[in-house]
Write a new protein. Sequence first.
Length: 264
Amino acid sequence: MLIAAGLTFYAGIAVVPLLLVGLYGAGLVLEPERVMTLVDRLAQYASSATGAAQFLRSLGETGPRLGLASLLASVIAASTYGEGLLRAVDTLEREQRPTRTVLGRLRVLPYLGVFPLVTLLGLLAVMVLPERLGDGLTGQALGIYLTFWVGWALAAALLVVLYRLFAARTLRLAAIVWASLAAGSFLTGMSLGWVLVLRFGLTVGRAFGGSELVGHIVLLTIYLLFVQVTILMGYLLARSIDHLLSEQVARPPESVGGGARAVG
């Protein structure tokens, strides 16, 4: 938890620039106005009382229209997460790779290159699912179910990239995929739960002087913390699966003749 809390600090710095980069990449494929429309539709699931809906709409208006200087600044800010993740992995592995600041920021660049594609797929799901399923109770329930599967696939794909880039040693692809699927399911479930909490207007501000805005900021911080916990646990799971696979490969096969002699 302490390592994840440190990583949450880096995530807090990088999350908004990362979203801007993703929306900019989506705007290169779709029209910027189309991206703004899809983000506005997504903002309907957020709470307007806490400013979350307005915040999403602001991202949708700004992201697809970033200038070159703003895009470069967003990439630099988003790469902060790479530095934090490399430090967290080194702490877990009890190692200290040299030039971690530069190395972490460079290693996260392929992840930043993939994130716009994931953002585009997510926005397309927002566009297609409501139109195909309708607004009734059955359509909404089916939409949540399908959203989970889409989110699971996208989260797992992003985690495969992260674990491949930031592992302290080369891990087998099978170990990375299985761990990414496990961690991705938790991430998707948490994200859907957080969205539903905001959607149904759960009162969380009583412990913070009656301020719902402060309460939701704290809730978002806790959400980011548990995202980092899940990512790090997924990495440890990938390492454990890789170790088990290594043991299976190193184990000598048992011969039938040898087994018969042993019984005799």
